[in-house]
Write a protein that binds this ligand. Structure first.
Ligand code: SF4
Length: 475
């Protein structure tokens, strides 16, 4: 994933962009960047976050940005950003939250027009540069942004910093958010509304699908109205979003409470109960609180996360090292494990490796029974719209490996996979019982799709639920 923040102010925007971008640090761990227009020139700074925090990395750069009134910042899990280009539209800088599935097709088309690419991401074309070049192929910024929106398969939300203001353009199906807020000095646009409160901004609106606005010293201007086909990523509420944030006016933490409550309601109906509920830190905590409140059992922490020396941003490239880091971060608390019959909650099961390590730890510290409830349905279809971690490739998904073993082939067709979506189906139940056995769980249950849709509270057709039911627009 990635997240961005942009600010147009009558006073200096530098501190707000600095702190506003920092509040997106949970959305990316690799790189970050900021760009400002100081009234005369564009100034840009990019750093790796692989061995440090955003604030530490950028503090020393702030003087370079002077008293700039226009600025954007990004925390990226992928390429270096912002990209600044000089074009017939003038100079501008772009940040994106994007996954461009047809990058090769777009770059070939641009190269055929004798366009060249200057930046690289690893040894590949920098996707944000491709977006910038598409924009510069338009007759105007509006035209160029619309061109980018129409060409890109996957998803792309962007902020475009010009010498007179900032364009904010949400992905054409609204898969990733852009939220606008204001104070008495100007406007901001962000991926996370939780970045607004401490900076003194008040909510104005969520941009609609494909909507484009322009923020300048003259105020907020609508450039292109929202489309009516929206599919917001459901994972924003379940996992990505910061608990205090809102998307589409719906609070993240409260949605997690409702997810937990829905799981508790099904357990109650099945006559199940436990000594207490606990959440796998951090993403399972909200779901577990919701569960314990609805079930009427205590919330306890059989695990605590050792935060002083394991910052979130320490993310080794190697998967085995990542697993080891995840393992070292969580400390079991024997006081709440020995002899206990507990239910644990987590947002999802991706690879299953970390969860297995955690269950083993609980059993080793004397847990009597460990039951697991997952806040979303089984992840069967890899995300093709957002840059999730690389572990979302097909057979990295635990479910896919189990399905492959059940079906006896790695050539899994959509017809075969469809049998694993329905929680009442035999194949679904076989898959879940194999997963539970592998994870040494006394029971494992996943959220039903209709329950998660109800917990979020938007109509199903306005949500992307593709990774659970293969249902979303693939245009
Ligand atoms: S496929 Fe899943 S993770 Fe990807 S956008 Fe849709 S809901 Fe979000």
């Amino acid at each position: 994933m990635s997240g961005f923040f942009g600010c147009v102010s009558r006073h200096s925007a530098v501190a707000d962009v600095f702190y506003g971008t920092d509040y997106h640090s949970h959305l990316g761990t690799k790189r970050a960047g900021m760009a400002f227009f100081d009234g005369e020139k564009f100034v840009r700074s990019i750093h790796s976050l692989e061995n440090g925090y955003f604030r530490n990395k950028f503090e020393g750069d702030l003087d370079r940005f002077g008293e700039s009134k226009l600025g954007i910042g990004v925390i990226s899990d992928n390429e270096s950003q912002p990209v600044t280009v000089t074009s017939h539209l003038g100079r501008f800088s772009v940040v994106t939250v994007a996954r461009i599935d047809n990058l090769e097709e777009i770059t070939s088309e641009l190269l055929a027009k004798n366009v060249h690419f200057a930046e690289l991401s690893g040894s590949e074309i920098n996707p944000t540069e491709a977006v910038a070049i598409l924009i510069s192929n338009g007759k105007s910024f509006k035209d160029g942004i619309e061109l980018a929106q129409s060409k890109i398969k996957g998803s792309c939300s962007m902020l475009v910093l010009t010498d007179s203001g900032i364009y904010a353009a949400r992905d054409r199906f609204g898969r990733t958010p852009i939220i606008i807020a204001k104070d008495d000095k100007g406007y901001v646009a962000a991926s996370e509304s939780s970045s607004f409160s401490n900076l003194g901004y008040s909510y104005v609106k969520d941009l609609g699908a494909g909507e484009i606005v322009f923020m300048s010293s003259d105020g907020l201007r609508e450039v292109k109205a929202a489309g009516n086909r929206k599919q917001v990523c459901s994972f924003l509420w379940v996992y990505y979003g910061y608990p205090s944030g809102y998307y589409e006016g719906i609070n993240v933490e409260n949605t997690r409470y409702r997810c937990g409550a829905a799981l508790a309601a099904r357990d109650k109906a099945d006559g199940m109960t436990f000594d207490f509920a606990g959440g796998i830190p951090d993403s399972g905590v909200g779901h577990a609180i919701g569960y314990s409140n609805a079930m009427g059992i205590p919330y306890r922490r059989p695990f605590v996360k050792y935060t002083p020396t394991w910052p979130r941003s320490f993310m080794p490239q190697n998967q085995n090292m990542r697993d080891l880091v995840a393992k070292m971060k969580l400390l079991p608390n024997k006081e709440f494990t020995t002899g206990q019959n507990m239910v644990l909650l987590d947002d999802s099961i991706v690879r299953g490796t970390q969860l297995k390590d955690n269950v083993v730890k609980l059993l080793e510290t004397g847990a009597k029974e460990v039951h697991m409830r997952i806040a979303c349905p089984p992840l069967i279809f890899p995300c093709v719209f957002l840059n999730f971690s690389t572990s979302r490739s097909t057979f990295d998904l635990f479910t896919r490996r189990v399905i492959r073993d059940i079906e006896g082939t790695d050539k899994l067709t959509n017809e075969m996979l469809a049998a694993y979506i329905d929680p009442n189906g035999e194949k679904y139940q076989e898959m879940v019982s194999i997963m539970a056995k592998h994870l040494q769980l006394d029971s494992l249950k996943f959220q039903h799709l209709e329950d998660i849709v109800a917990a979020i509270g938007l109509p199903k057709e306005q949500l992307c639920t593709h990774c659970w039911d293969n249902s979303s627009y693939m245009e």
